[in-house]
Design a protein around this ligand. Structure first.
Ligand code: BT5
Length: 282
């Protein structure tokens, strides 16, 4: 199948339509499997050259009793998903597209975005040396720009979670400037480093950090303080657009144990928001 590819760096061979198999930055499934031996995250590895969305594949597998820790990885998504029906853009072979099947207890379900964004920022810093931060609730930032996003989906059985899928997309060797649908507030690891970076190294670091953060979360260890410290949103005057069409404006004062944003309105009243899109004012 012929596909549009966004080359990086722009000065490199320009190829408007390349075969996926010509992708240079390969991920080795064998190396991932051996690195994850004996671990929870990645105990089963599903690699797909192409899929609709790794989250969709992971949900399907989870519904068919895939064990906790199963990971789904793809080189390309034909309909990558953001929150609220939005699209996640990724050219073939240039991004990390990962979904993890988890079976968390109810009490930690709302902390999964916190856990995943913390793991992603730690992995970026540890493997690339770039400083990374978080824009509440689910944006992973480098140099103040969006380098990745988190999408948590799941299914409940009565009140109990049947499974959760943690979807993580990271722009690695993606020249986001070539994709008109992506806002100017986006970046990639390669753009920030000014050279290409092996996806494999970042992916292995990410799986390690997910293991550490999820183990801590399950054990009841506090991951909130570090997540809070990485939130660039706090202390700023923000506007939050919620999915039900409300606009809340005020100072992003703090976050609570559930990961909700505590917003102080100009009249002094406080509201706890569990979701929304933040625009930073100042
Ligand atoms: C997110 O949604 O940021 C969650 C993205 C999750 C993607 C992963 S990839 C693996 C797994 N499988 C999936 O199908 N999804 C997950 P949200 O906060 O709603 O942001 C979406 C918005 O970000 C879009 O409407 C665009 O404005 C912008 N956007 C789209 N692609 C982008 C990219 N590659 N980099 C930066 N911004 C992007």
């Amino acid at each position: 199948m012929w596909l549009i590819r966004y080359p990086f760096p722009p000065s490199a061979i320009r190829c408007e339509s390349c075969l996926v198999s010509q992708t240079l930055d390969l991920i080795s499934v064998t190396a991932i499997k051996s690195a994850r031996a004996g671990k929870l995250i990645g105990r089963r590895v599903v690699w797909l050259d192409q899929t609709v969305s790794t989250n969709e594949t992971a949900k399907e597998l989870a519904g068919r009793r895939a064990p906790e820790g199963t990971i789904v990885l793809a080189d390309e998504q034909s309909a990558g998903k953001g929150r609220l029906g939005r699209t996640w853009t990724s050219p073939p072979g240039a991004s990390i597209l990962l979904s993890v099947v988890l079976r968390p207890r109810l009490s930690i379900l709302t902390n999964l975005t916190m856990m995943a964004s913390l793991a992603a920022t730690r992995a970026i810093e540890g493997s690339t040396g770039l400083a990374a931060s978080i824009k509440w609730p689910n944006d992973v930032l480098v140099a103040g720009k969006k380098v990745g996003g988190i999408l948590i989906e799941g299914q409940l059985s009565g009140e109990m979670p049947r499974f959760a899928v943690v979807g993580i997309g990271l722009n690695v060797n993606f020249d986001v400037r070539t994709a008109p649908e992506i806002p100017e507030t986006a970046t990639s690891i390669a753009l920030e480093l000014k050279h290409e970076f092996p996806r494999q190294a970042l992916l292995l670091a990410l799986l390690d950090e997910l293991e550490v953060a999820y183990t801590a979360l399950k054990a009841g260890a506090a991951i909130l303080p570090e997540w809070r410290a990485r939130l660039e949103t706090l202390g700023r005057w923000v506007k939050v657009a919620t999915s039900v069409g409300l606009i809340e404006e005020g100072r992003a004062e703090d976050v609570d144990e559930l990961g909700r944003l505590l917003l102080r309105h100009a009249d002094g009243s406080l509201v706890a928001l569990s979701e929304g899109d933040v625009s930073l004012r100042y």
